[in-house]
Design a protein around this ligand. Structure first.
Ligand SMILES: NC(=O)c1ccc[n+]([C@@H]2O[C@H](COP(=O)([O-])OP(=O)(O)OC[C@H]3O[C@@H](n4cnc5c(N)ncnc54)[C@H](O)[C@@H]3O)[C@@H](O)[C@H]2O)c1
Ligand SMILES: [Zn+2]
Length: 402
């Protein structure tokens, strides 16, 4: 039975705009919550962002506790620490404040507080048995799109691998996207999370089409493949990244650039979490797990190499991506226009200082077969890639990127 339909999920409510954090208390008032736990990290406390989130909650009469032990690319160990604190605090609303790392941590804490057990019980797709407790996410990077997505990613330090919990129940009840919260985001995290958003949009837009996905229609699957609503959002996100990412990295206080990127991150999150991420993300999971580069840097490094691998099957899509990134493709053949998407991404990557080779982030050639093997095992992401890679194909991509 083929898959002949697609669907679209989102966060319960998305509130977007500079200064919207001030409305947080008012926004959650109907929930009648009394005790909030903010999941954050020391850098966000220092930047004054946690205080800006706490203030409207306190004004609305809630008691607030803060877990400030979040870390980039959080491990299961950190997740356990956050869960232990949450069990003592007994919140009735969880507030994830930060980049993807803290927002994912908040999702995991909310899942375990609601359903019991251990965070490892929920990895994979569809293993969260029902709705989770009220969860608000406020992104301070732009963006992973975690504030709207169905994913939470943790690092398994023992196996040097990223593991995802995927469930539509993980989509936050409320996403407050206030671009002002990204003004203090350091240039490195701005670049890395920005190119992650671009990767989400490009992978979603060039993925296996929903009606060509080789998964039985009645089999639960975390992504629908390329589909029209996600495409609209991915296209807009790509355009916004092309317009604003370099400025956001070079001029951190440029609010217009931050607003553009904040919207790009959320749109790309809505896109990929309904359509797909594919081979770039599959290759990044073992790469990031072993080399400890950020998720965004790993994706940005790999993106042009995977685009080249997929190019022949997605000529019109890549030509469109080139134009969305500001390339003039008039007079070019379809193939030459499509090629411009790759060179545009390579140029953007260089301009914002994303590493271009695996050796530049400390990888060695003998690690590549292991990376290929681990990536190939992520079956769902292989099925979603426009061109179905063999393990040897993945090794070839990694060798090109080495
Ligand atoms: N759930 C999803 O759908 C999804 C999607 C993509 C990536 N991810 C995950 O998200 C994580 C990466 O998230 P990220 O790229 O947003 O970075 P991050 O959350 O790891 O943050 C990077 C660093 O920047 C700091 N920082 C962030 N915002 C700041 C601000 N406004 N001011 C000062 N410092 C700030 C953080 O404290 C941290 O030290 C990875 O673990 C990745 O696997 C999740
Ligand atoms: Zn990503």
């Amino acid at each position: 039975m083929s898959r002949d339909s697609w669907s679209f999920f989102s966060a319960g409510q998305i509130v977007f705009g500079s200064g919207t954090v001030k409305k947080l208390g008012q926004l959650i008032k109907p929930w009648k919550s009394t005790r909030a736990l903010i999941i954050a990290d020391a850098a966000l406390v220092k930047a004054g962002i946690v205080a800006r989130v706490e203030a409207p909650l306190r004004s609305a009469g809630l008691t607030v506790e803060v877990f400030d032990g979040g870390e980039p690319e959080p491990s299961f160990v950190i997740a356990e620490q956050a869960i232990a604190m949450a069990k003592n605090a007994r919140p009735d609303v969880l507030v994830g404040v930060g980049g993807g790392s803290n927002m994912d941590l908040a999702k995991v804490v909310a899942t375990v507080l609601t359903h019991g057990g251990n965070c490892r019980d929920f990895t994979g797709f569809g293993n969260v048995p029902g709705p989770i407790m009220p969860l608000v996410c406020l992104p301070t990077t732009a963006g992973t799109g975690s504030e709207v997505s169905h994913a939470a990613v943790l690092t398994d330090t023992e196996n040097q691998m990223k593991l995802s919990i995927l469930s539509h129940y993980l989509r936050p009840a409320l996403a407050v996207v206030d671009p002002e919260l990204t003004l203090t985001c350091p240039p490195r995290a701005t670049a890395d999370s920005g190119i992650d958003a671009l990767t989400h949009a490009i992978e979603g837009m060039t993925a296996t089409r929903y009606n060509e996905l080789n998964v039985p229609a009645d089999e639960p699957f975390p992504y629908d493949g390329k589909q029209p609503i996600a495409d609209c959002m991915a296209e807009k996100a790509i355009k916004l990244v092309g317009q604003h990412l370099v400025t956001a990295v070079r001029e951190p206080n440029n609010l217009a650039a931050r607003e553009g990127m904040a919207l790009a991150g959320t749109l790309a999150g809505l896109a990929f979490s309904n359509s797909a991420v594919a081979a770039v993300h599959a290759l990044e999971y073992p790469l990031g797990g072993a080399l400890h580069c950020s998720h965004g840097a790993g994706n940005g490094l790999l993106l042009p190499y995977v685009m080249r691998y997929n190019l022949s099957l997605r000529i019109p899509e890549f030509a469109k991506i080139a134009r969305l990134l500001g390339e003039d493709t008039s007079g070019l053949s379809p193939e030459a226009a499509a090629e411009r998407a790759i060179t545009a991404v390579e140029r953007l990557r260089r301009e914002i200082g994303i590493p271009e080779r695996i050796r530049d982030i400390g990888g060695t050639e003998d690690q590549l077969p292991g990376f290929a093997k681990k990536s190939f095992a992520i079956k769902r992401l292989m099925l979603l890639n426009a061109r179905q890679p063999t393990e040897e194909d993945l090794l070839m991509i990694l060798r090109a990127a080495f």
